[in-house]
Design a protein around this ligand. Sequence first.
Ligand code: FAD
Length: 535
Amino acid sequence: MKTHALDLRDRRKSFGRLEEQVFDVLVIGAGITGCGIARDAAMRGLSVALVDRADIGAGTSSRSSKLIHGGLRYLAQGDLFVVKEAAVERRAVRAIAPHLAQTMPMIIPLRGKTDQAKMVAAMVAYEKLGGVAPEEAHEVWDQAELHAREPRVRSGKLIGAVVYPEYVTDDFRLTLANARSAASHGACVDTYARVETLLLEGGKAAGAIVQAALPGEDDAARVRARVVVNAAGPWVDAIRRLEDAAAKKKLQLTKGIHLVVRRERLPLDNTVIMATPDRRSIFAVPRDCFVYIGTTDTFYPQAEYWPGITSEDFDYLLLPASAMFDIEPLTGNDVVSAWAGLRPLLGAEGKSPSEISRRHETMEGPGGVLSVAGGKLTSYRSMAERVVNLCEKRLQRKSNPPPTAEEPLPGGDFAGGPEKLRSQLESLGLNPADSERAARLYGAEALEISSKDAGPAGEVRHAVECEGALTLEDYWFRRSARARFDVGPPSALIRAAEHMSALMGWSEDEQMRQIERCRNLHAEELKARAETGNQ
Ligand code: FAD
């Protein structure tokens, strides 16, 4: 078997495994929170089951802004603990998965001397608190340097910029890497496995009934566990209500959207911060041949996998971008893809969406279920460590945190840094753009994937045999991110479907259904494009 292989095709077998033992820990939800917890627990030698009603990372953990924040933005909220934690955690992600934490300068434009003094003071405080390495300290660019380094920024009314390095990741792939690492340490991982009922014995949670959730399936497994962890992100309250029908709502969901435009329409080399009329900050982040612009922050009533994107959302992001950059104004037609995600924040009476703290909290229900809500992608590892410490306490074991900040994640074990990896890929015949993409998504594993088959064929095989993909959407939207960052011909989706069909044993009808689903989801995300006032 290949290292870290997660092949979930034999559904009977994997559902069967869920019934074979009483697990130490059952984790509900395979977003970054659940996958981080499962990895930490499995590395401590606990027996772990990790189940998700959809794909790994299908909820919020594939719809973030994809930044491993150093924590500067939390300084303004006075959340010093979060600032410190974020700074430490981003170093940890860089150590275990360098390909998933690549440095990208973040430009904060300065409008005047007062602006500059405040910003520099905040930077100095942040660098001190977070123990930022000297080579990652901020710089101040004057107007001429800003113009030279990022010529599309309208710098006429600016005096310059403060610039500091942020790390850019692929949120889904970080989540997947944790799930695969958990599996290689013995965790039973099952996707399209929906928790429908919690098992309560003497009023105490003792596991769950898990229903197979792919179309046409009716298998169910009775999973028994000593500790049940609810890491269901935006659905945390729904699981809490399975434990206690009268449980009060704890979450306040807010929606954030991102729009992707071609880089030739918005030629940037760095991430640039922009101000909105309601005095929030949004940003434009270059990625491959694209730039994505995000994000909004508005209350959203219920948990959904595909929250609607409105024409107001489009305008909210496109108008400030058109004002900030010296380009032909962006219109809805420039947007090639979009995504929306829901922040599972802990409700705070009277606060606006952006004011609600991003801290996490662990709640214990009457049946003993540990529910984890709030938090960030950035600090998933330390959050997981604290939750598993609680699990060990419950299991009456001495707390023994494993080396989660040292052991590389799948793909994270390569010497010489991303630069060397990219040149090795080029020597295999990949062009520079494809090498860059492959190195960033797959890390060291890119060498094996690309040496066998060029293009989607190798990726699809790897997705199915090693990354637990079960549907075309799993590959197209999440594992490869091609739904959002690919300008290949429309036939690329069909070719990917053909490769996947052969591996999955789909009929022609099923293959067509899988393609249609991807096309419909993509069209739905862009539906509001035609109605934007910014045409
Ligand atoms: P999720 O990823 O939603 O995972 C929950 C899982 O539970 C889902 O996969 C779901 O399918 C599963 N589930 C639900 N019900 C059941 C059930 N009955 N049975 C089994 N499984 C179930 N953080 C950062 O650090 N940096 C950023 O740049 C950043 N940007 C963000 C931008 C936006 C727009 C948003 C929305 C969030 C952003 N965040 C960012 C925050 C971060 O993305 C989230 O905190 C994190 O992804 C939450 O992960 P989670 O695992 O708790 O939830």
